[in-house]
Design a protein around this ligand. Structure first.
Ligand SMILES: [Mg+2]
Length: 329
């Protein structure tokens, strides 16, 4: 039996939508990661959420049965501070907008993390549930006065137990409206600096990045030249796979597909097959129809056919729905 994990010597996991959703572990996540670690595969946990410290992230993962060490956690706060190191002398006083994760990353790198804007030469802005209008106003005044401005990440929304809430990107937009310019640096995915930092901390010859979003996870992998797997356990649906203008290297229902038998798509006489599934393009109906097999096999076959068709019909045909997907559901 061939497993996808055998192709890689490290797996870099996005967290929310991949290993857990809110406070609940994704089914099979703990068993999958434990199995990978047992087989000698290196792992890293790569999160755009800047509010928590690596220690807090590792503890949360451990509570879910996932064997994470603090040194295997890379947060967008840490990457933002690495960017700041290139722009301001270590030891500088930096205004903190965001949670303990931002503060801890600054302290670990030797900066003075201040909640008081006086004498600050830089602003690091990340998510925190207690960020206030006053924080955003003080940050805006500092930036207008010439301070360096680094954002941990630009995710416009953040999923919570209750629904979708504004994420750090929405707060960054509020400051951008006040100061009339972009941040001097951004730490999180899809910026490749996040993946460069991950490779530096958990080195690998053949790493795989597993994520649930195209616009952050898959885009970051592509920017850094790292292979990607898009899983359907988080925010992306088969419709998002169909509409995406970038391609994930692999598709999975969840992380469990790393350690179960891997069945890849193959070109066939009239389209693509994957296991028992077949996908064909019906030009008269402008539809790619996939039948047989499991949903994942149908989607893998259809996605391969889509990328084979792209050079003839263009990407917009899929993104804008001129060619639709029929998975038979
Ligand atoms: Mg995610």
């Amino acid at each position: 039996m061939s497993r996808l994990s055998q192709e890689f010597d490290a797996v870099y996991f996005d967290l929310d939508g991949v290993l857990y959703r809110g406070l609940v572990a994704v089914s099979g996540a703990a068993e999958t990661v434990s199995e990978l670690v047992r087989s000698g595969c290196a792992v890293a946990y790569v999160t755009n959420n800047a509010s928590r410290t690596p220690g807090e992230v590792a503890s949360h993962l451990n509570e879910l049965g996932i064997p994470a060490a603090v040194s295997e956690v890379i947060t967008s706060s840490q990457v933002a501070v690495q960017i700041l190191c290139k722009l301001a002398p270590v030891g500088s006083r930096v205004f903190v907008v965001g949670g303990a994760g931002v503060e801890q990353a600054l302290l670990d790198a030797g900066f003075i993390a201040s909640r008081d804007p006086r004498d600050c030469v830089a602003v690091v802005q990340g998510f925190g549930p207690l960020v206030s209008w006053d924080d955003l106003a003080q940050a805006s005044y500092l930036i207008q006065g010439g301070a360096i401005w680094i954002a941990t990440n630009l995710d416009s929304t953040i999923p919570t137990q209750v629904g979708i809430a504004p994420g750090n990107g929405s707060f960054v937009a509020a400051v951008r409206n006040a100061v009339g310019r972009e941040p001097d640096g951004v730490g999180g995915k899809p910026d490749r600096s996040m993946m460069d930092e991950t490779v530096a901390v958990v080195p690998a010859k053949a790493p795989l990045l597993v994520g649930d979003r195209y616009d952050t996870d898959v885009a970051a992998g592509i920017a850094a030249g790292i292979n990607t797997m898009l899983v359907l356990s988080g925010v992306s649906s088969p419709a998002d796979v169909w509409a995406s203008k970038i391609r994930a290297g692999y598709l999975g229902e969840s992380v469990q597909d790393l350690i179960t038998e891997y069945i890849g798509p193959q070109e066939s006489m009239d389209g693509y097959s994957c296991g028992e599934a077949k996908a064909v393009y019906l030009a008269a109906e402008s539809v790619v129809r996939a039948t047989g097999g499991t949903r994942l096999e149908r989607l893998r076959a259809a996605d391969s056919l889509k990328w084979a068709l792209v050079e003839h019909v263009g990407l917009d045909s899929f993104a804008e729905g001129q060619i639709s997907l029929d998975l038979g559901e």
